[in-house]
Design a protein around this ligand. Structure first.
Ligand SMILES: [Zn+2]
Length: 231
């Protein structure tokens, strides 16, 4: 909250390029292009067990990376709308029916307190709004919660991250979603979080249609899903 207020009164460097405008026209245009031309299918290599069919809007670099970090860590909440449009474009790559339900990957209460907001949940809500604005009914439903304390993922390799997150999530609400379920997050790296989210939902009898993220780190490769622009 404090970061959001400071955002209003203090000049901020551009989240994308460090320039003098808070979110410069060139970085805004770059992120808008991502929403029009999402990358599409993504899969870490190696992919963890239960990694779902997934799509990402962009590579995790440049203005996209800067905007995601500024939104998540610095509370630059004004970036959620363009990032949400990019996430919506990734969701659309999965060929979802109307009434898609976006389920964010959960963060621990301590992390949410520290950051002052739940970044994945906020992105999911913005993506649902962007899909609805584009005429595709969509909703955000925070079905997942942490099941236990998880160690820091930083510095762990793919196998370490998967082991660290095994059994880490649970379905927090017994609300059977009415539409097809897509798990969403800001970035896919090793795929451990998306795989664990898929496992937890499946364990509660909820079938996951796929997963979508704003960005994917370099370990991705396309599988030829349709790239449907959302605007
Ligand atoms: Zn910029």
């Amino acid at each position: 909250m404090l970061a959001a207020l400071l955002d209003l009164v203090l000049p901020q460097p551009c989240a994308g390029c460090g320039g003098t405008t808070a979110w410069c026209a060139a970085c805004a245009a770059a992120l808008a292009r991502v929403a029009l031309h999402p990358l599409g299918a993504t899969r870490p290599d190696p992919a963890p067990d239960r990694f779902p069919r997934a799509a990402a809007a962009a590579a995790y670099s440049g203005p996209v990376r800067g905007a995601l970090l500024a939104h998540k860590e610095l509370g630059r909440l004004g970036l959620v709308q363009p990032l949400g449009r990019a996430l919506a474009a990734a969701v659309a790559c999965l060929d979802v029916p109307a009434g898609v339900v976006l389920v964010p990957v959960p963060s621990s209460a301590a992390v949410v307190r520290q950051r002052g907001h739940d970044h994945a949940r906020r992105l999911a809500a913005a993506a649902a709004r962007a899909l609805a604005d584009a005429g595709r009914a969509a909703a955000m439903l925070p079905l997942l919660a942490p099941a236990r304390r998880v160690g820091d993922q930083a510095g762990l390799d793919a196998r370490g991250r998967a082991a660290n997150l095994a059994g880490a999530f649970r379905v927090a609400r017994c609300v059977p979603p009415a539409g097809c379920v897509v798990v969403v997050d800001d970035v896919v790296t090793t795929g451990a979080s998306l795989a664990e989210a898929t496992r937890a939902l499946a364990a509660a009898g909820i079938r996951v249609h796929g997963a979508a993220t704003v960005a994917a780190t370099v370990r991705w490769h396309g599988h030829g899903f349709p790239r449907t622009p959302v605007q």
